[in-house]
Design a protein around this ligand. Sequence first.
Ligand SMILES: CSC[C@@H](O)[C@@H](O)C(=O)COP(=O)(O)O
Length: 328
Amino acid sequence: MRRTVDWAEGAVEIIDQVALPGEYRTLRLRTVDELVDAVRRLAVRGAPALGGAGALGVALAAFAGGDVRAEAKRVAEARPTAVNLSWGVARALAKLDDGPEAVLAEALAVLDEDERLNRAASAHAAEVVLGASQRRPLRLLSHCNAGHLATVAWGTALGVVWHLHERGLVESVLVDETRPLLQGARLTAWELAQAGVPYRIQPDGAAAAAMARGLVDCVLVGADRITANGDVANKIGTYGLAIAAAHHGVPFVVVAPSSTVDESLPTGADIVIEERAAGELTDFGGLRVAPEGAAVFNPAFDVTPAALITAVVTEHGVRTPSAEAAHP
Ligand SMILES: CSC[C@@H](O)[C@@H](O)C(=O)COP(=O)(O)O
């Protein structure tokens, strides 16, 4: 599959994730305005993919001239929770004094690294999963989309599935549909189907019941920001999954490249959680489903405390929170 985000003929080229699974198409983003809009609409989404998009956004701004730092700030602030976005922007911006070509070269280096680090992180995590559950082949549970589409290439939590599937060790994946924007039902299911991995989509509310019935050997999720003490921000619903997994003794493994780790924040309480538009809940498929004037609580992410997580795995292996962060 092509990269989720790339540079082509002076523009940022993305796989349009709003159109999937109905249509597989690419979009060319030629201005910072177009890039910021694509990030906000989730045409490009998932923390590592946002890191690549952020870095390339700075390249767009650098070639356009003008106030590149102000433009970079707009890109970095397009969505607040995934630290990879501002991390990618900062990486590319650090080369500004060397000119636009140097900015672009750094952005392309971010893209190249992404697949390598995701492959390494998910290979480490595959060993963690095999050690945490004795059953073969494994029945895994996935939330949101942490696959190829959420990264520049390969994926994080789904990257683990690819490694295990290559070895014939995956029986099936239960795919949380992931309300309200259905990244699981639309994107994860599409990726699993392409790879020939057996899967079933379930409503998010069925996850605890599936664990109670003994249908899940391990929960695998990605991350949008991991704080120094090991707390993890990820798609809304992840925290509830972790509580259910702890209750049922099901291993709960988080996989991410180290660019998702934010050592500057001591705990998850410091993470800014994006709140999204009411229409994502009041309307479904273009149809109004809630009463006119209904009030809405629509956080896009939640924070899972470190204590509920079996392992946070990066390209360096299982991450141990620093002693200082664990005992402030
Ligand atoms: C490897 S992706 C990890 C996370 O970014 C993913 O699980 C997630 O929560 C994405 O949220 P989204 O709102 O679709 O950008």
